[in-house]
Ligand binder design. Structure first.
Ligand SMILES: NC(=O)c1ccc[n+]([C@@H]2O[C@H](COP(=O)([O-])OP(=O)(O)OC[C@H]3O[C@@H](n4cnc5c(N)ncnc54)[C@H](OP(=O)(O)O)[C@@H]3O)[C@@H](O)[C@H]2O)c1
Length: 250
């Protein structure tokens, strides 16, 4: 891909997978807009990457105006858009589903599903209109897009829904050279998985410390998926800690 056709938005870029992927994309020659709510963290990352290659945009993906502002600022600074890494996400406390407050359910749906849709829709609009047309959206699913953990109804339901969003982007995007992709990650070292070092609930009622893997493996996978020419697409990729309980029955 020519250098002038490497502009990315990464959401949830203040920590964890988003930060690692954004930094890796800059290293690979992309111009990256880093988006999340905590502006002070984004500014530090942009200072490291250099202002010519990176932009910090304080964004709440659950708010339509905030999402519009993110994409407007990105195209204003970099001229076009070639990639959205739709990564921002959150979990809910692990409680039996009858004890999950409706407000918490709505908060998770608002970020993990509505936020991903809003960002995908805005990117789709830009991809369709720009010249040359097209681009790529990589949604961050999860192992939870395939199998639930105990007490994870909001997270698991939204991550299953992300798979539907990915497939719709892949199908509806064909006419406009828009690729829809999904990465399903298992146990990367980030603030979200910190609790795994102390033990997380298992289906048999026990609590177990789970193996994790370096987040850089995820960042490398994103750079690979993002760098493909538009004629090819990784529809789904699973990157997981080799020894985590998933394959088999536990
Ligand atoms: N780590 C794993 O093993 C793993 C496995 C499967 C899936 N994932 C997925 O990977 C994604 C990133 O998770 P992570 O592990 O890197 O955890 P993390 O470090 O907690 O990152 C979550 C990111 O999402 C952002 N975010 C949350 N709510 C937001 C909102 N309303 N608007 C904008 N940004 C928001 C946070 O930034 P602010 O708080 O600054 O807004 C933060 O940058 C999530 O979608 C998660 O489900 C992770």
């Amino acid at each position: 891909m020519a250098a002038q056709h490497k502009v990315a938005v990464v959401t949830g870029a203040s920590t964890g997978i988003g930060e690692a992927a954004g930094r890796a994309l800059v290293k690979a020659g992309w111009k990256v807009a880093f988006a999340a709510r905590r502006a002070e963290l984004l500014e530090k990352i942009v200072a490291d990457c250099g202002a010519a290659n990176a932009l910090a945009v304080a964004t709440d993906v659950s708010k339509p105006d905030s999402v519009k502002n993110l994409f407007a600022k990105t195209t204003q600074k970099f001229g076009r858009l070639d990639l959205l890494f739709n990564n921002a996400g959150m979990g809910a406390p692990p409680v039996p589903m009858d004890e999950l407050p409706y407000e918490k359910w709505k908060e998770v749906v608002d970020v993990n599903l509505n936020g991903m849709f809003l960002c995908a829709q805005e990117a789709f609009r830009i991809f369709r209109k720009q010249n040359p047309q097209g681009g790529r959206i990589i949604n961050n699913g999860s192992i939870s897009a395939h199998a639930p953990r105990p007490f994870s109804v909001a997270y698991t339901t939204t991550k299953h829904a992300v798979t539907g969003l990915t497939k719709c982007i892949a199908l509806d995007g064909r006419a406009y050279d828009i690729c829809g992709s999904q990465i399903d990650i298992g146990n990367a070292v980030t603030p979200m998985t910190e609790r795994m070092t102390k033990g997380v609930p298992q289906p048999n009622g026990t609590t177990m410390v789970e193996p994790r893997m370096d987040v850089q493996h995820v960042a490398d996978a994103i750079v690979y998926m993002a760098g493909l020419p538009k004629e090819s697409n990784v529809l789904t990729m699973t990157v997981m800690a080799t020894k985590m309980p998933f394959v088999g029955r536990g």
